[in-house]
Design a protein around this ligand. Structure first.
Ligand code: G3P
Ligand code: CA
Length: 322
């Protein structure tokens, strides 16, 4: 189905209101960009744990981002990868030693989530996967299900604040090869929690356009196409509401705007670049504040950050009229 561009709709509604100050931002809607807590507060806690999502909510993140993979018995759980060695203690579990195997889409031997039931996944604990970050909280937190994440968000929502969720379908084609799919479980769970129209505080994201095309047939929820490079905006605008690009194609090495955001906006697409990390600076910028300001200046509609508190602080201090 053709997408009614949510941002253009929002733009129209804002234009008709008296809140003209919202138009100061160069975003599609004229509102301030959203801050998406990438993998939760993953800069300080093991990623994709309830503790990390809860900390991000406390920081004031607008959205929390679960990457979703699928267990052998069809449950959606939050991990960045199908393989488990990087972000869990699976390698220490003698009872799973014989599950280690090769995989056509992976280099070397590992343990893969689709070989484990949810009950087995629940015996694992999360670990900090990135070098240079604290391992103080390793082996403390379970791998959460998507439903547990929805429960957390529901329990923290108030009349004044609706926390958004930004789930990613991870490697849907690889899961399809073993007879597993994100789509029905994802949409059924979301419907159960009241996410059922284009205004719901949710974006579903994927690197796989075919998966987004299927989802577009099944739902009006907002969809985002993830990409490493410049896509054909006109083509993807038939399927999605926005694009989640790697941040570098938006600003050249010389620090100059490449025109990516304007071109996407012209096609009615929101732009949510990734990933901003206080502890992994882009060489183009002197510090994280300068980097984030440069992207806010472009008019991006949201940012994925491992340090949501920093992204919020820089956004809230940013004057779009300067
Ligand atoms: O989903 C946005 C961003 O997270 C894409 O990269 O690999 O961190 O999921 P990745
Ligand atoms: Ca992601």
């Amino acid at each position: 189905m053709m997408r009614i561009k949510f941002a253009l709709l929002a733009l129209t509604l804002v234009s008709c209101s008296s809140e003209m100050n919202k138009m100061d931002w160069k975003t599609l809607s004229g509102d301030a960009p959203i801050v998406i807590a990438h993998r939760g507060a993953s800069g300080i806690l093991p990623e994709h744990t309830l503790a990390a999502y809860e900390r991000a909510i406390e920081m004031g993140a607008d959205y929390i981002e679960p990457d979703l993979v699928i267990t052998k018995d069809g449950h959606l759980v939050a991990r960045h990868d199908r393989y488990l060695s990087g972000s869990t203690n699976v390698s220490d579990k003698a009872e799973f030693a014989d599950r280690r195997r090769s995989d056509p889409a992976h280099t070397g031997l590992d343990w893969f989530v689709e070989d484990f039931t949810l009950a087995e996944i629940k015996t694992l604990k999360a670990r900090q996967p990135r070098d240079g970050r604290s391992k103080t909280f390793d082996d403390q937190y379970e791998i959460p299900t998507f439903q547990e994440i929805l429960n957390l968000v529901a329990s923290r929502n108030t009349a004044a604040r609706q926390i958004g969720i930004y789930p990613e379908t991870k490697q849907p084609a690889a899961f399809a090869r073993v007879g597993l799919s994100h789509d029905e479980s994802l949409l059924n769970l979301l419907a159960l929690y009241g996410y059922d129209d284009a205004d719901a505080p949710i974006f579903i994201q994927s690197f796989e356009l075919e998966n987004l095309k299927r989802l577009n047939e099944l739902t009006d929820l907002k969809l985002i196409f993830l990409t490493q490079s410049l896509p054909d905006f006109g083509l993807i605008a038939e399927t999605v509401d926005g694009v989640g690009p790697y941040k570098k194609p938006l600003i050249g090495k010389d620090g100059v705007d490449t025109g990516f955001v304007k071109e996407a906006h012209s096609a009615g697409l929101a732009v949510h670049p990734w990933t901003f990390r206080d502890d992994q600076l882009d060489e183009t910028f002197a510090d994280i504040e300068t980097e984030m300001k440069a992207y806010y200046e472009l008019g991006v509609d949201g940012v994925f950050s491992d340090f949501a508190d920093t992204a919020i602080r820089v956004r809230d201090a940013f004057d779009p009229n300067e």
